[in-house]
Design a protein around this ligand. Structure first.
Ligand code: GTP
Ligand code: MG
Length: 387
């Protein structure tokens, strides 16, 4: 009887894999091609090299003009008010930006506290934020972090006092990702503020750049700058249109949803992302605490051989809500990351601008599907849930 061989193809571009002609379509080294088990996903060398950048979480982008402005802040020993969005947290960090403000006095405002689930605890949130800032190279301790809900802020007296102490009559730059709440912060801050200097408020380009800033005199020699938001192109909020933004951005505190997973089960997060538990001890189960806007449907799918086809079928039929044809309509529109959990204790896996899951670390391996260019990350828990 004739034998049929499986033809192995690149998972990303679909080219037939070959190990003979380096530099030509579908090339992969002979070692990998011959040794990889049949069920292992393979990439041709070209796609692998391109995709490697996606293995690390995508970093938010920052323009050269913005970095030029921060060089000024550095030279004048200005104070930085760093607005971080607790919901869309990871898009606030960019390594070039943080290296420029490393030595400056920093006040960290962790905003949108009102959207955190009722299980959230202020001390844990502050510690989480401070820890992530330290990972980014900033000297921030828990007590430097101020939690805020700018929608409901009424009294800024304490912030004002703290900032006056920190800035020692130097300039202040309010920075942060687009939509993190900088302008809200500034208007609350200025509420009740009297301009005693003889200078007036100026809106215009920051000197030597194309950055639109608002410059408000704090005294006769110093200013506070409201700066344009840094890029959120690594986040759902940066890619979604207005309708989708309204669905994925919570309008009230996020409600915890619990899902139990066994090995090879999946969660479809709307039609926007997917999390598979691909490695876990047989017969054990794992409680997944999900934190997404209530308009984002979570569909648990038990183990099935045709999981990919099923996901695509659900995407195409519009059964998953919300979804977006512009962001992702077929499997190759997604980046795929495997996260092998080595730590114990309460852990998170998050998707920038969409939400996060929490679980007890127990040597699981998760496979995460996110639309290309969107950051995914693994970290300690933002909100610790006891299972
Ligand atoms: N739920 C909630 N929403 C907030 C809070 N602060 C700001 N927002 C919302 O976040 C959005 C952006 O706020 P802005 O103050 O304009 O943000 P920004 O950082 O100045 O944005 P850019 O100027 O675009 O960089 C607005 O729709 C606000 O309503 C908050 O504490 N809680
Ligand atoms: Mg603004």
């Amino acid at each position: 009887m004739s034998k049929m061989n499986v033809v192995r193809r690149c998972y990303n571009c679909g080219a037939v894999l070959q190990d003979k002609k380096k530099g030509k379509e579908g090339y992969i080294s002979q070692e990998i091609l011959s040794e990889a088990p049949l069920n292992e996903i393979l990439f041709c060398e070209k796609c692998y090299n391109e995709a490697r950048y996606n293995i690390a979480p995508q970093e938010a982008s920052v323009s050269n003009d913005f970095l030029t402005m921060l060089l000024d802040a550095q030279a004048t020993e200005a104070t930085i008010v760093y607005l971080l969005d607790l919901f869309s947290f990871e898009c606030s960090f960019n390594s070039k930006l943080t290296s420029l403000i490393q030595r400056l006095p920093i006040m960290v405002i962790a905003n949108k506290r009102d959207l955190m689930p009722e299980e959230a605890n202020d001390d844990d949130l502050k510690e989480y934020v401070a820890h992530r800032c330290r990972v980014a190279g900033l000297k921030v301790v828990k007590d430097d972090v101020v939690l805020m809900s700018l929608h409901s802020v009424s009294d800024m007296k304490d912030i004002y006092k703290l900032l006056e102490e920190k800035r020692r009559r130097h300039d202040v730059y309010i920075i942060g990702a687009s939509g993190s709440g900088k302008s809200f912060f500034l208007s609350s801050f200025l509420h009740g503020f009297t301009n005693n200097s003889l200078r007036s408020i100026v809106t215009g380009n920051y000197p030597g750049t194309n950055l639109r800033t608002m410059q408000i005199p704090l005294d006769s020699s110093s200013m506070i700058y409201d700066t344009p938001g840094t890029g959120i192109d690594n986040s759902f909020m940066g890619k979604a249109d207005f309708t989708l933004q309204k669905q994925i951005f919570p309008s009230e505190p996020i409600r915890l949803r619990k899902i139990i997973l066994h090995k090879d089960d999946s969660i479809f997060i709307g039609g926007l992302a997917r999390i598979d538990l691909i490695g876990y001890e047989e017969k054990k189960h794992c409680q997944i605490n999900c934190f997404f806007s209530s308009d984002v449907s979570l569909k648990k799918v038990g183990e099935r051989k045709d999981m990919d086809e099923y996901f695509v079928k659900c995407l195409e039929s519009g059964a998953l809500s919300p979804s977006s044809n512009i962001i992702a309509s077929k499997l190759t529109d997604f980046d795929v990351f495997d996260i092998a959990v080595e730590e114990e204790g309460s852990r998170d896996i998050g998707i920038a601008g969409l939400g996060w899951i929490n679980f007890q670390g127990d040597k699981q391996t998760f496979r995460i599907y996110v639309p290309k260019g969107i950051g995914a990350y693994a970290s300690r828990a933002k909100v610790k849930i006891k299972c």
